[in-house]
Design a binder for this molecule. Structure first.
Ligand code: HEM
Length: 511
């Protein structure tokens, strides 16, 4: 049917199952053929046939549904204009607190300049257009990220920028025309937060999280320049994938308790690696494993390529299998000694140097995820009518929202403060002075996520426990925030690290 201008009186005549029209936000929809396929059933549609169903519709659906089913619209009402905002790729969200302060036009920030804005805008368009749709699909079907998306990210230098600032970006032009040389930890914060907007915790880890926490170690510690250049080129071009294989069934945060061994062959040319690794993010589809091993006089980190003797099995965790979480078995795997990272028996330095950036990334993501939950709650509370009133009109609900908003804003402010300090410190200074604060922030931000997830589920009720529909973001966050509380160091260990590091600088004169 051609798009037309209609009157309310004309719509009112189509009030039977054989000709079922209704009005939503000043547009007319012909639901006659759709009614039987409607997930909410045909009866409810028949009840509103021929009428304006705007209020009922928005009590149960988001605008995105109308965009998906736009073909059902047959016209607009004469002299009326649709009111609901239809977001376009790259748009900032006008819901209060849905964006960090620096992205809201009425606020100023001491940290951000034009280069950050350009990066943010370019990444948002990219994530909205390419990452979000695939993330939602993969989160549902549990399959791994497509090579097409990896290639697209590689072509735009997006794989490299996710490792954080460094020489690997020099000479490159990044999204938003940002030069690789100017990319710093505030840019890094932005990229982590923008990618998080794909809103799919399992997929997010499946989207090369293994690379983010392991290629950094290769770039910094691989002694053999030839191996380093080859692997970096393969991974940053998206042709090969790499992951970090440290944790085992025997030991998680307690790295000293690991049992995988690497023994040198008599001719000194190879290591023979044997043992198991557990919870290895991206392990299912990786070509390389940056592996923590016990060696004769200590602990060493070795790059193990997939090949004979390497076996990976899928671990089904609380989030989507899109993350490719693996149980890895190494059975007498022969690896050239050139694949050693850092010094033999001194692998702790390799692992430790990586932790700060990994934890910083995780905080960026969990704070952004928490903010999205706040946005969802604010929308829902303004939309949902209970006992004849919008939810937002209930003081008890506003108390919850106030707590949630405060957690998010406090964590974001602390995070930006830390990113600024990172920009003004060498890597060694960061390790000395920021390991503790980053540990405290990660620990605190996941405690905040715990509070936020809990309040959000209570606000959404049954929908907060349902994997489809209005509460799906809340359900996913509630199921997934614990990954941030455990991975990269548990809340307790990191809180303890924060206090112990502070005590190292406690002045004796104060005793
Ligand atoms: C263009 C018109 C409509 C379309 C395209 C549409 C589409 C949908 C979709 C896709 C869902 C599943 C929600 C999800 O899982 O995300 C749904 C659920 C539902 N819809 Fe509609 N709908 C339309 C109009 C209406 C109207 C006018 C009513 C009420 C009179 C209604 C009542 C419901 C109900 C009760 C549910 C189940 C909600 C729940 O389980 O929480 N729908 N609809």
């Amino acid at each position: 049917m051609p798009h037309q201008t209609l009157t309310r009186a004309a719509v009112a005549e189509h009030n039977t199952p054989d000709s079922l029209w209704c009005i939503i936000d000043h547009r007319v929809y012909d639901l006659t053929d759709f009614a039987d396929a409607h997930p909410g059933g045909s009866v409810v549609l028949e009840q509103v046939a021929g009428t304006d169903a705007t209020e009922t519709f928005y009590n149960l659906h988001r605008q995105a549904i109308l965009q998906k089913y736009a073909s059902l619209s047959i016209g607009v009402l004469e002299g009326e204009t649709p009111e609901v905002i239809v977001p376009q790729p790259g748009d900032l969200c006008p819901v209060p607190y849905a964006e960090p302060l620096w992205l809201r036009p009425e606020f100023k920030s001491p940290y951000y300049n034009d280069s950050y804005w350009r990066l943010q805008k370019a990444l948002r368009v990219f994530v909205d257009t390419h990452v979000y749709p695939e993330a939602q699909e993969r989160e549902r079907d549990g399959k791994y990220i497509s090579q097409e998306l990896i290639d697209r990210m590689a072509a735009e230098n997006m794989l490299g920028l996710r490792l954080g600032p460094g020489k690997h970006l020099h000479g490159k032009i990044l999204p938003g025309d940002v030069r690789g040389e100017e990319f710093d930890y505030l840019h890094d914060l932005i990229q982590a937060q923008e990618f998080n907007r794909a809103n799919a915790r399992g997929f997010q880890d499946g989207n090369m999280a293994g690379m983010v926490i392991s290629l950094t170690a290769i770039l910094q510690w691989m002694g053999d320049e030839g191996v380093k250049q080859r692997v970096a080129e393969e991974v940053l071009s998206g042709r090969k994938k790499v992951c970090l294989a440290i944790t085992e069934a025997f030991a998680g945060s307690d790295v000293a308790g690991l049992r995988t061994t690497a023994t040198k062959t008599e001719d000194g040319k190879y290591y023979v690696v044997s043992g198991t690794k557990k919870w290895i993010t991206n392990g299912m589809f990786c070509d390389y494993f940056v592996t923590g091993c016990k060696t004769e006089k200590g602990f060493s980190v070795i790059l193990v390529p997939r090949g004979e003797g390497v076996d990976t099995r899928l671990i089904k965790t609380a989030y989507s299998t899109a993350a490719g979480t693996a149980f890895v078995e190494f059975k007498n795997v022969k690896v050239p000694v050139e694949n050693l990272l850092g010094e033999e028996h001194k692998g702790f330095a390799v692992i430790m140097s990586n932790f700060n950036h990994e934890r910083f990334m995780m905080v960026c993501a969990v704070v952004r995820g928490s903010r999205t939950v706040v946005e969802e709650c604010l929308k829902w509370c303004n939309q949902r009518i209970v006992f004849g009133k919008k939810l937002i009109e209930q003081p008890a609900i506003r108390q919850k929202l106030a707590r949630m908003i405060s957690h998010v804003e406090a964590n974001q402010a602390w995070l930006e403060q830390i990113a600024y300090q990172m920009n003004n410190m060498s890597y060694a200074q960061q390790a000395k002075s920021l390991g503790g604060p980053i540990g405290l922030l990660k620990s605190y931000s996941t405690r905040s996520a715990h509070e936020i997830a809990d309040d959000a589920v209570n606000i959404f009720g049954g929908r907060g426990l349902t994997q489809t529909g209005m509460g799906k973001v809340i359900e996913g966050f509630h199921r997934g925030y614990k990954f941030d509380a455990i991975l990269g160091g548990t809340e307790e260990i990191l809180a303890d690290l924060g206090v112990r590091q502070a005590m190292k600088g406690f002045p004796k004169s104060m005793l």
